[in-house]
Every structure is written in structure tokens, then in C-alpha cells.
Design a protein around this ligand. Sequence first.
Ligand code: SF4
Length: 320
Amino acid sequence: MQFKTLYGPVRSGRLGLSLGVDLLGKRICSLDCIYCEVGPTRIHTLERRAYMPARTILEELRSWKSQGLPRPEFITLGGLGEPCLNLELEEIIIGSRTIFPDIPVAVLTNSTLLHDPAVRRELAATQVILPSLDTLVPSEFIKINKPCSGVTLDNITTGLLEFRERYAGRIFLEILLARGINDSEENLARLRDFIPRLKPDRVDVVTMTRPGASPLAKAVDEQTLIAWRTALRGTTKKEGIQQPASIQGQTQDLAQDLATDAQRELVLNSLRRRPQTIDQVREALGLDPAQTRAVFADLTAQGAIQHARELGEDFFQAAP
Ligand code: SF4
């Protein structure tokens, strides 16, 4: 079965081996971040609709399970835009937990819909949410995140704080720094005041590691990342986070049992969602190096994937 809504599993620094689920199907988002890996936003909106029907997503998850495809450590709802824009979010979360009762569900969100009580209620059934908050300086917010009409920093911070009050799961906050845009002292000072009120379980300060939507998005250097991480140390909840135990060995066995066609399909699916290096795909899918190179060579020869050198590394993505 060719999956329309599932991609990966990909190995992410924050969640381990994660099976991605696309809740949008198109580039639909309330923001248009200059660093977005999936390109410029096409539908810039706060309107919630069933952009990708829950029944399509749940059918694919059932099929993933019945085919015995690699078992992820997390099911991560996200995709080509902001997943909370999907009006059937709750059905998707409950359905995922029913199909895979022992795999936690995480949601990647840009935090712009958390001021809506319905969204906060729907997200309550997840185990982890990963909200992003790149800046608390309004002029920087406009530059880096390009919000659609109706999105304000006040709504975002109020929504995050109200969500934290009742949420029993874990919150992993992400701050992405772009050089010369939101790496200011003012932003750092505002975030240092705000984060202790939010009490996230973890804060990840990151920069671009893949090609983004705009050439204006430039990575900050390692020293800046270290300085920010040091300055924000101690702003999270005290108990910290236990990373899920790795099941890499198990995944590797499963992946090696797959037919070559299935491997090609898994790799292609993953590259349809975001550009990745050969090593990133190999590690996520648990393939051996020779298998991975063979699959990439095959897909390149067929014109199914394209290659570009960015940020000093070779990235591949599915041909349009
Ligand atoms: S919020 Fe996420 S999906 Fe939306 S534009 Fe920003 S990076 Fe892309």
C-alpha cells in the first residue's frame, strides 16, 4: 500500500524513532516560517477543517500495523502544516491510541491554536506535545514566523499557559534560532522570563540543519546555541525527561525482512515529507549501509528523487 499520510519512521533527536502522520495533505499553516523544511505555506489560515479525513489516516495506521512495518517509539502528528488545524484532531488522536495502545502519541504544533479551548481539550489525550516558540519580540515574530491574520503573540503565550495548567503529559518546547533575526538579547531575556511560568519538561534550542523555505534563514553558530542553552538551563521542570528506550535492533530486523520494493516505498515516503541525508534515512529505517545506498541509487536512476548540496551536506528529496 502506498501511504498518503504516513512517513518515516524517522529518527528525531527529541522523540527517537517516530512515525510521522500528515494531518493536512497540503501546505496549510497559520504561519509561514522562513526556515520551514516543507517550503512556503500555500494556504495561510487559522480556519479548522477536516483537511485530511480521520478515516483515511486511521485506515493507513491499521494497514501499517497489519503489514508488520517498522514499529516506532512514537506516533507523531504533524506533516505539511499545523496539525491542530485539522478539525478531526481528537478522532485521530483517540484512533491512533486505539490502534497502537502501547505507542505514545506526540503532536508537533506551532502553538497558534492553543488559545482555543476545544484544541486544548482535544490535545489532552496525547502523551507529549512539542510546541514551538521562536521569539517573544513582536517584530522578530513577524519576520521569522510570518503569521496569518488573527495570530498574535499574546494569544500564543496565553494559550500555552492555559494548556500547561491542565495537561497531564509532557511539554517539549522548541526554540529555533535564525542568525540576525531572533537570536537577540531581548528575545533571550523575554524567553527566560516566560519559560519558568510555562514549566516545560524540556527546552530544545536548535537551528537549521536542513534547507529551509527562504534564503534569509541562516543557521546560528555553535557558540550561540551553547550560550542560549546555558542561559535557559534551569528554566524547565526539575524532574527532567527520560528518553524512550531504543528499539533500533528490533526495527533493523524488521526492515531487513522487507522486500526491496517495500524498502524503496518507505524511503520515498520519507523523502516526500522532508529532505534528508542518506545517513538520516538509513538510521531511521534501520537499513544497512549497502541496502540504503542501493535503494538511493535505484530511486535516483528512476528520477524519483533529487539531490542538492546544502549546509555542507548532501540532501535528497522526492522529485515533484
Ligand atoms: S509552523 Fe511549522 S509547518 Fe508551519 S510554516 Fe512554520 S515550520 Fe512550517
